[in-house]
Design a protein around this ligand. Structure first.
Ligand code: HEC
Ligand code: HEC
Ligand code: HEC
Ligand code: HEC
Length: 132
């Protein structure tokens, strides 16, 4: 109990510190260069929170050669083409499908396994929320 509490307190402090530095912790995902206009409210993606929850960069970011993910995490910096999904998933149909498979796909899996999970309903992701 005690340990668990301490861990939670420490990560909250770290998160508060990270948020105070305020750059891109929450990504507003709007690929207007591909979608032209959005038919749904903007998705605000708590990016940094996902990896502080224990997901690795390469669980989401990838460059496949066959089945192997060859991406080097050092290639992931703001503005890098390697970090942008639309570099490769570059038509509106394909891009929408790729996001949904990755985001909703993982949330559904987590739910099915009885873990805590993220939104699976359209309006919960396409919420235009700014308070994540
Ligand atoms: C887990 C989060 C999540 C859920 C749930 C989700 N979406 Fe999305 N969706 C995204 C992301 C991320 C994008 C990419 C947004 C962008 O680039 O503008 C996207 C893109 C889209 C787009 C293309 C961009 C636009 O606004 O026209 C449409 C349409 C869309 N989603 C509809 C839906 C519908 C309908 C549902 C429910 C059946 C749904 N989404 C559920 C995350 C989600
Ligand atoms: C849960 C999935 C997921 C995880 C885990 C993840 N990312 Fe991302 N990351 C994304 C998505 C989605 C985008 C938005 C890409 C886009 O707009 O095309 C993104 C965008 C980025 C960007 C460009 C936007 C920015 O912040 O300037 C960088 C850099 C980045 N990620 C680095 C990382 C690094 C480093 C890690 C590991 C510490 C990581 N990501 C972990 C999904 C993830
Ligand atoms: C360097 C190019 C590249 C980048 C950048 C990239 N992908 Fe992919 N992605 C691929 C390739 C290639 C595959 C394998 C396609 C296949 O097997 O059909 C793939 C597979 C996938 C898959 C599983 C196959 C499927 O369609 O179900 C998903 C989901 C996905 N990508 C989503 C994303 C998301 C979200 C991002 C941004 C965080 C991203 N990709 C960034 C090239 C890329
Ligand atoms: C590999 C698994 C995984 C992927 C990929 C993933 N998520 Fe999540 N997401 C989670 C988990 C797990 C939670 C819940 C964590 C918790 O509450 O402890 C979550 C929570 C969320 C939340 C709720 C945050 C809050 O506090 O209200 C949002 C919004 C969200 N995810 C959006 C997205 C979007 C958008 C994408 C794709 C760009 C995405 N997620 C990709 C696993 C994932």
């Amino acid at each position: 109990m005690m340990n668990k509490f301490l861990t939670a307190a420490v990560s909250l402090i770290l998160l508060a510190a990270a948020d105070a530095s305020g750059n891109g912790k929450i990504l507003r995902i709007t690929n207007l260069h591909v979608f032209k206009k959005l038919s749904r409210p903007v998705v605000e993606f708590p990016h940094e929170r996902h990896y502080t929850w224990g997901m690795g960069c390469l669980d989401c970011h990838h460059r496949y050669s066959g089945d192997t993910n060859m991406l080097d995490v050092n290639e992931l910096y703001p503005g890098s083409p390697a970090a942008s999904c639309s570099t490769c998933h570059n038509t509106s149909r394909e891009l929408e499908r790729s996001y949904h498979r990755m985001c909703t796909g993982c949330h559904r899996d987590m739910k099915a396994r009885g873990n805590s999970y993220g939104p699976v309903m359209c309006g919960k992701c396409h919420s235009g929320r700014r308070d994540l």
